[in-house]
Design a binder for this molecule. Structure first.
Ligand SMILES: [Zn+2]
Ligand SMILES: [Zn+2]
Length: 297
């Protein structure tokens, strides 16, 4: 580790930091947008329940805390694996039993497992467990964040390249990795190019698409088969398909991604943010509006 190896070690450490930094979610903007869109679709009961669970300093705004799980990821070491689920290399499908585990093989330690888990914890309130060991504020923030993450196509990417983290590319002139392009760079470039660097304008545009362009599909987004409260598995399946079809395609190591890639992928990113928002709202509405809850309140 010393002398001649010092440089190598520093280099490895830098790479490691880059990997850790990139592996964990849409960037702040993506999560903020997802949660902001969800807020629009909450019922009055759900809105009130969310407000009750949020700390006072959030001022009732869920979106302001949707990146919290990224901020505490070093403190809550166990939570790192919960931000994504990777599939075997070059498999463009997802299976819960095969794929949902952390790198040591612990079952259910992945983003879809986490979405199930935190939804169940929040439902425990609905079932009126007056005394619960769960921290429901954390459950709400984790759930809101992970519903965003599972919609980022490269959060359901291949194991071998860590969901695109080891694929070094150029985003225009800047050197970065493919995962980071999808977490952050596409959104950043869109903000600069189309929205005067104003995230609220981007959110408004996505909202307008929900009520106009995508309006025929939107009702089905929030539905689960057989009346489950939550169904993250189809969302993960969609993500790996989009990863194969759009994220990995024409983005081999060393390639330079510019307008062609940006302009054809941006609509995917915007639609995934919309779907995540609509679905998060549907989950929270179900959790907090369930008859079970009203019967006990
Ligand atoms: Zn994340
Ligand atoms: Zn990420």
């Amino acid at each position: 580790m010393m002398g001649g190896n010092g440089f190598l070690w520093v280099w490895r450490f830098a790479v490691l930091l880059q990997l850790i930094g990139g592996v964990l979610g849409w960037g702040k903007e993506g999560h903020y947008a997802t949660c902001k869109i969800a807020e629009e679709y909450l019922t009055e009961d759900a809105k009130a329940a969310v407000k009750r669970l949020l700390p006072d300093y959030a001022g009732g705004d869920l979106a302001s805390l949707c990146s919290w799980p990224d901020e505490i990821r070093f403190h809550y070491h166990w939570s790192g694996a919960l931000h994504y689920v990777d599939t075997p290399d070059f498999k463009c499908n997802y299976e819960y039993c095969r794929d949902c585990h952390d790198s040591s093989g612990h079952k259910d330690m992945c983003v879809t497992g986490a979405i199930y888990n935190y939804t169940r914890q929040l439902e425990a309130v609905g079932n009126s467990y007056a005394i619960t060991n769960y921290n429901l504020t954390e459950a709400l923030l984790f759930l809101s964040h992970f519903v965003g993450d599972v919609h980022q196509p490269l959060h359901v990417g291949f194991t071998g390249d860590l969901g695109g983290n080891t694929i070094i590319v150029r985003w225009y002139r800047r050197k970065t990795n493919l995962h980071h392009v999808w977490d952050t760079m596409i959104i950043d470039s869109a903000l600069k190019t189309f929205y005067q660097s104003d995230l609220s304008q981007m959110i408004q545009t996505i909202q307008r698409n929900i009520t106009d362009g995508w309006s025929n599909d939107v009702p089905s987004w929030g539905e689960c088969a057989s009346n489950e409260t939550v169904c993250p598995d189809p969302y993960a399946s969609e993500s790996i398909k989009l990863a194969c079809k759009y994220a990995y395609r024409n983005a081999t190591p060393g390639s330079t991604l510019t307008d062609d890639y940006f302009l054809s992928r941006l609509p995917i990113v915007e639609k995934r943010i919309a779907q995540a928002g609509v679905r998060l709202a549907a989950i929270l509405n179900q959790v907090f509006d369930s008859p079970k809850q009203t019967a006990h309140e």
